[in-house]
Ligand binder design. Structure first.
Ligand code: GLA
Length: 382
């Protein structure tokens, strides 16, 4: 199969007549634990994966940006940096327009570029293909024009573009891990101060992602509702963010124990604790503990945050039964479909693949896709 760099280089040559001066990549991600905690100033534990978005680029000496999207039949978009950059009717191009506009608003100065983009992060699967695109575009302007911008600000800029140009009020996790991932490591991220700590995943475990291929519906609206519910809970608890509340605070508050607000807050508060506990479990290679934390995280997403669907629950239950205490499994990402992440002993990888092949499609009518991943470095020049 042709590599992404080969593809973007060839398409660049075809459309722009020259060899690109720069090749840049940004990865997708999988989150091991810490879901819907990022916008509550809490903790997350993702790693960047070996599925990426790649750009072939070259400066222009005017203010025009021309973009070709290989994954959309080489569709093109053109906009001018010296004008106000309007939203386009093509979703994919709004990510690029948004990133360029937000970079300019932040005071960075740069001129035009010719860009060709391609990627293999599965779209709409909860593996952050959007963040990879936002980050790779920020990284591209950084590389082309030597911008003095940190990786954390590239991430913040990408998040802002997604909030303002795409309309999803996402947190910072996806962009930050795409910008700052480390090879072979998962990062514990404190989403309040954006500090990161790298941890190895035990050598005995493979990172396996199972895509349910369940189309994610109503994702943005459900996501934004969850976020509002969390903010309302924090307000009622008189804390800046749910990160600052304990379970006891919640239990002693006036929030009704059977209300959605209570359940959403309980998920976030307990998930933060589990995410911090994961750091110790990884440090000690305590696989039984990893197993327990991931199981509890899934149950909390299912029953308290209510973001799982039956296909995902089936995958998690099936894999959990087969793994027992030898590995961990849970839904990963925003929810309402998407993927399951499993940490699987190498000698059980085939057995788990077979088990899903034997049961999932019969049960749900959908066929899974499985990706075995390597934790990878974040965005940069290729
Ligand atoms: C999406 C968002 C992230 C995060 C996760 C849930 O991926 O983009 O900011 O909130 O959902 O953990």
């Amino acid at each position: 199969m042709m590599s992404l760099t080969q593809i973007v280089s060839d398409v660049f040559k075809k459309h722009f007549g020259t060899v690109p001066t720069h090749l840049i990549q940004a990865p997708g991600r999988v989150n091991l634990i810490g879901e819907h905690t990022d916008y509550n100033d809490g903790f997350v534990f993702p790693c960047a994966i070996n599925y990426q978005t790649v750009v072939a680029a070259q400066k222009r000496d005017d203010n025009v940006v021309r973009v070709i999207a290989v994954n959309y039949d080489e569709a093109s978009d053109t906009f001018n940096l010296s004008e106000n950059i309007e939203k386009s009717d093509k979703l994919w191009s709004n990510y690029i327009r948004g990133v360029a506009q937000c970079l300019r608003q932040r005071g960075y100065e740069f001129s035009g570029a010719d860009l060709v983009i391609s990627g293999n992060v599965p779209q709409g699967a909860g593996l952050s293909s959007s963040a990879a695109l936002e980050v790779v575009i920020g990284q591209t302007f950084k590389a082309l024009y030597g911008l003095n911008i940190s990786q954390a600000e590239i991430a913040l800029n990408g998040q802002q573009a997604e909030n303002e140009y795409v309309g999803c009020n996402c947190g910072i996790m996806d962009q930050l891990i795409s910008a700052k991932g480390e090879a072979g490591k998962a990062l514990l991220i404190d989403c309040r101060d954006l500090s990161t700590q790298a941890f190895s995943i035990p050598d005995s475990l493979a990172v396996m992602i199972i895509n349910s291929n369940k189309k994610r519906g109503l994702v943005d609206s459900e996501y934004n509702t969850r976020r509002e519910q969390c903010e309302s809970a924090a307000k009622q608890l008189s804390v800046k963010a749910l990160r600052d509340a304990t379970l006891a605070d919640l239990q002693h508050s006036s929030i009704a124990p059977d209300s959605d607000t209570f359940k959403r807050a309980r998920h976030v508060i307990t998930e933060n604790d589990r995410t911090l506990a994961m750091a110790d479990a990884l440090k000690q290679s305590d696989i039984a503990k990893i197993s327990q934390l991931m199981r509890e995280s899934h149950i909390s997403m299912r029953d308290d945050f209510e973001i799982t669907v039956s296909e995902i629950d089936f995958l998690v239950e099936t894999i959990d039964q087969a793994l027992g205490e030898t590995g961990g499994v849970r839904m990963t990402g925003g929810g309402f479909g998407g993927c399951v992440v499993a940490l699987v002993p190498h000698d059980k990888v085939e057995e788990i693949q077979q088990l899903i092949a034997d049961t999932y499609q019969t049960k749900t009518g959908l066929k899974e896709s499985i990706y075995l991943c390597q934790p990878c470095a974040g965005a940069g020049l290729i």
